[in-house]
Design a protein around this ligand. Structure first.
Ligand code: GLU
Length: 369
């Protein structure tokens, strides 16, 4: 298997098989593939559209004449139906699913970002399949701009959030063409796009079909994800077993390779965000464990906290001589860390009254110098 942590985004037109309601047979095909990948040791997070379509279908005929429910109301009706369908289909395989609804605010605000990240990781560790959608019931376009608006971008943010190595956007077209295949039958599928530049963007065109996305939003999503070091594939979900094949490295649809490797771009992110205000000094044992064994930083190893910094900031870790050991995003703010430094992790909750986890800085969020 080429990829180990994958975000699979299923578009509305795929989940409805082009109709005006969820198509359980189409969904079951996708479920079978996710289950198979998981059995092979791959972590899969699903980003599912279809709430609007399901809600519209369910409300049809039940409304008073002339009443058009808001997009938020339609999505609220549809989301529960959507999740119920996923739940039942995955249950056939004894697989537990979890609903995760996100808004833009959850992903741009540092705390929201960390919380969403921790929840998704916990779910994966617990063996559940997270099924993510935008929280349409509360997301508003105007004023607060809390809405992302389409799930292509959402799936790219989620891929970034969980440090996925692959984002697969499955839709009802084969991929990116050098022309519009509906108008020009001679249009050719681009199987590999190294750089998303103006020429490529011009091929994106507008949206189509039942979802809000189209090739333009897929290109934007591919740009976000590849910049974060995540490979991207856009392919037709109507081909049998395409998700499994793509995760195994088979060529399908359009492939957007990420420029550097995954670690490099995350390092770039951490390094470019290091706090200038504060840092953490660790004892000799912790410095050695970080350097030689690639361990996470625990409160027990923290000797001194120089603040201020907030939870989620990228901070430097130094040894007692002042040499830089590593840098990483901290789960605890400087005032919290000052209270728990030197302690065993099982005392965090009783000392602070809450816990954000055993690690001060998880090794996945750390760069060694
Ligand atoms: N969140 C929307 C839904 O579930 C989908 C947005 C999109 O089509 O990308 O209906």
């Amino acid at each position: 298997m080429k990829y180990r942590r994958v975000v699979a985004k299923f578009g509305t037109s795929l989940l409805t098989a082009g109709s005006d309601r969820l198509n359980l047979e189409a969904m079951a095909q996708l479920v079978g593939q996710v289950v198979r990948l998981r059995a092979q040791g791959c972590e899969v997070v699903v980003v599912s559209s279809g709430a609007q379509a399901a809600g519209r279908h369910r409300l049809r005929g039940r409304l008073q004449a002339g009443h058009t429910p808001s997009r938020q109301a339609v999505a609220s009706v549809g989301q529960s139906h959507l999740m119920q369908s996923w739940d039942e289909l995955f249950d056939w395989h004894d697989t537990v699913v979890a609903q995760v609804l996100l808004t833009r605010r959850d992903l741009t605000d540092r705390l929201g970002y960390l919380n969403a990240r921790n929840t998704l990781r916990d779910l994966i560790e617990a063996g559940a399949v997270p099924i993510v959608n935008e929280n349409d019931a509360v997301a508003l376009d105007q004023v607060l701009a809390t809405r992302i608006g389409e799930n292509d971008s959402l799936s790219a943010y989620v891929a970034n959030l969980i440090d996925a190595d692959l984002l697969v956007m499955l839709t009802d077209v084969e991929g990116l063409y050098d022309g519009d295949p509906r108008l020009n039958p001679g249009a050719k599928l681009l199987d590999r796009v190294e750089r998303i530049d103006g020429t490529i963007e011009a091929l994106g065109g507008g949206s189509h079909g039942a979802g809000t996305g189209g090739m333009a939003t897929k290109l934007r999503a591919a740009q976000i994800a590849t910049q974060a070091g995540v490979d991207v594939v856009v392919a037709s979900g109507r081909q049998p077993d395409v998700l499994v094949a793509v995760v195994h490295g088979e060529a399908h649809g359009t492939y957007f390779p990420a420029p550097g490797d995954r670690i490099e771009s995350r390092k770039r992110w951490i390094i470019s965000h290091i706090s200038r205000e504060g840092h953490v000094v660790v004892d000799a044992g912790a410095a050695a464990a970080l350097r030689a064994q690639g361990r996470s930083l625990l409160p027990a190893g923290v000797a001194l906290v120089v603040g201020p910094f907030a939870r989620g900031d990228a901070v430097e870790i130094r040894d007692s001589e002042g040499n830089r050991v590593a840098a990483g995003t901290t789960n605890y703010a400087s005032d919290e860390l000052a209270k728990i430094r030197g302690m065993k992790s099982d005392r965090i909750a009783e000392t602070l009254g809450y816990s954000y986890g055993d690690e001060v800085i998880h090794r996945d969020n750390m760069v060694l110098f």
